[in-house]
Design a protein around this ligand. Structure first.
Ligand SMILES: [Zn+2]
Length: 277
């Protein structure tokens, strides 16, 4: 129970052929709701920090405190770290795990920049996720339908060998944001990638993928499922509704349980989907 590294959670999930849900959180209340839901379901969960909102130091302090007091396993990670500097900023702030994403660059460049981050991160005992095959934007159909952009099994093997990453996000037909049309994950490709590596695999762009496909992907080797857009939208709606009907005698901190009530079904549903047998 308590704070774990992402790698510890993914290795455990891999053994059980399950996945750990990972949610982008921009605010303290969003983080707390994820932890409460995970405790209720009795599964692990990962809080993701997307740079640009609160500082890495603030996120780390809050996440560590929530994890240490949790009755289930909790971890947190930098999501889509854009540079060595941002990655180091998170390591300095105490993150147990980080992601570095140079998947938009040519293979060799992605290898070179990822390797640099992994080398330093490992010195500090921090594990690293990287990305191969660029998971693009869901508003561009080609980003998730053009299979020539997907991860290639031989490159996955080479990338892991050269960089030493601890987990890998692979592009198999998902994208970030709101999908223009229903995505269709390349599950055969995933099966092949999972066959050629033991490193835990990550699915980005989980929001809006039909749940049955996500479940299949978990059976075929995905150990971390990322959801950003859906949770962000649900939480914003929950806040809007709560604030519209706010009892004027209540302080803002007293409203947190009301947000939780409105997102709990969504969060618990996701957690059951990725964790139940
Ligand atoms: Zn992502």
């Amino acid at each position: 129970m308590g704070l774990k590294s992402v790698n510890q959670l993914l290795r455990m999930a891999d053994e059980k052929k399950k996945a750990v849900v990972a949610l982008d959180c921009g605010m303290f209340e969003e983080m707390e709701c994820v932890v409460r839901a995970a405790e209720k379901v009795g599964c692990p969960a990962i809080l993701m920090y997307y740079p640009g909102g609160m500082s890495a130091t603030a996120f780390s302090a809050i996440a560590t405190d929530l994890a240490n007091r949790a009755t289930t396993d909790i971890s947190y990670i930098l999501d889509h770290g854009p540079s060595y500097e941002v990655a180091m900023d998170c390591i300095k702030a105490g993150f147990p795990s980080i992601m570095i994403d140079h998947s938009d660059l040519p293979f060799e460049e992605n290898v070179r920049l990822t390797k640099e981050v992994v080398r330093t991160a490992h010195l500090f005992g921090v594990d690293v996720e990287a990305e191969l095959g660029h998971v693009g934007e869901a508003c561009n159909e080609a980003d998730y339908k053009d299979s020539s952009l997907f991860a290639k099994p031989d490159e996955v093997v080479e990338f892991i060998k050269q960089t030493g990453v601890d987990s890998l996000a692979v592009h198999i037909g998902s994208a970030h944001g709101i999908y223009k049309s229903e995505p269709s994950l390349d599950l055969e490709l995933l099966k092949e990638i999972n066959r050629v590596t033991d490193v835990p695999l990550v699915l980005h762009g989980g929001s809006g993928i039909p749940r049955e496909q996500v479940r299949q992907a978990i059976k075929l080797g995905i150990n971390k499922t990322n959801f950003g857009t859906e949770y962000d939208g649900r939480f914003a709606e929950a806040m809007l509704e709560t604030l519209k009907t706010r009892d004027q005698n209540k302080f803002t901190y007293e409203l947190a349980p009301l947000y939780y009530e409105k997102v709990t079904d969504y969060l618990e549903g996701l957690m059951h989907m990725v964790w139940d047998d």
